[in-house]
Design a protein around this ligand. Structure first.
Ligand code: AVJ
Length: 332
């Protein structure tokens, strides 16, 4: 019998969350091209479908990052010497264990903070970590990593981690402001470890988002089920086709849902009554791919600087260890 120490806190009340979602969906679907925020993939079904994606043969990202992290966790911990691990967008939270174990081996481990948009995944993950790491204080924060970072409070002894190339969901133009906000929650000796998917041959990239088993297509269409469940919409998910392709000019994978026919969709909570032409598309996700150079180019002015760039032997995926840029304003 062990004492599971964990506690969950929400960024905002359910009512505020619903109003915010309705406003975001309304803005996205009335704009041209139409879009939906990719954070709305992740209800319980969507979070499970993403877990399934991580085990697909075509989806090299998760297994490559995990193997890479297993090899470097001790080095990262030796450099940063953190007592607290913060994971943004934690999901089912497996990778975090590699870092927690390395912190425990170094005799440093005290506290772990998980932030995720899905409250039930978050409480399961928090409970499991608290059970598996006796004495660890686990704090779960329900929120999104763009708007709710303020919940983290001031840094100190902190290693923040943002795995899975989730940073790729941000438009590159939004990344510097995001990194600057993370930097505000780090003390001078703290660090930020970021998983970054790398530019590679188009066939491998496109296969990862067009798997043979069709799991990614189900994941993509699930965002429409989320609209039905949470906003009372009447989307027929099967009336939309999964589309995913690499856009070399932007260096990103783009996912879309393409209407198979002329159809009408009502979304009462967002006060929308929409007509989709046959072939009309909704953009549901961008997943940006970087090189060391294109990623490093986002850092000046953010308060963060590149300390280490770890990659796997095939150069498929990178973990970037970012430290605070020195107080004099000089890049390290
Ligand atoms: C969790 C955002 C990193 O972009 O690869 C997987 C989500 N989308 N397959 C990604 C996703 C389609 C994933 N991220």
């Amino acid at each position: 019998m062990s004492f599971a120490l964990y506690q969950i806190e929400s960024a905002r009340a359910d009512g505020d969350q619903a109003a915010r979602m309705a406003a975001e969906v309304r803005a996205g679907l009335t704009a041209r091209p139409r879009s939906l925020p990719s954070k709305y993939f992740y209800d319980d079904r969507g979070s499970r479908l993403f877990e399934d994606i991580t085990r697909l043969p075509e989806y090299y990202l998760t297994r490559t990052e995990e193997r890479l992290l297993a090899g470097i966790a001790a080095d990262v911990v030796a450099r940063v010497r953190p007592t607290e691990l913060v994971e943004l967008g934690s999901g089912a939270g497996r990778k975090v264990r590699l870092l927690l174990a390395a912190m425990a081996r170094a005799g440093l481990l005290e506290r772990c903070v998980l932030m995720d948009i899905n409250a039930s995944f978050l409480s399961n993950a928090s409970q499991a970590l608290a059970a598996d790491f006796p004495g660890l204080k686990v704090h779960g924060l329900v929120g999104d990593f763009v708007d709710d970072l303020g919940l983290l409070g001031p840094g100190g002894g902190r290693l923040a981690a943002f795995f899975a190339s989730t940073i790729g969901n941000l438009h590159p133009a939004e990344v510097p402001a995001f990194l600057a906000r993370v930097a505000e929650h780090l003390a001078p000796a703290d660090a930020f470890l970021v998983g970054v998917d790398l530019v590679k041959d188009v066939a491998s990239l496109e296969a990862a988002y067009n798997d043979a088993a069709g799991v990614t297509a189900e994941f993509n269409r699930n965002i429409l089920r989320v609209m039905n469940d949470r906003l009372g919409a009447d989307f027929d998910p099967e009336a939309f086709e999964h589309v995913a392709f690499y856009d070399p000019a932007h260096a990103w994978i783009e996912m879309r849902l393409r209407s198979r026919k002329l159809q009408r969709v009502r979304i009462p909570a967002a006060r929308l009554d929409l007509a989709f032409e046959a072939g009309e598309e909704i953009r549901t996700e961008i997943s940006c791919k970087y090189t060391r150079e294109s990623f490093a180019a986002l850092l000046p002015g953010t308060g963060l600087a590149l300390d280490r760039w770890y990659t796997d032997p095939e150069n498929l995926f990178a973990l970037a260890l970012l430290g605070r840029a020195s107080a004099t304003g000089l890049q390290r």
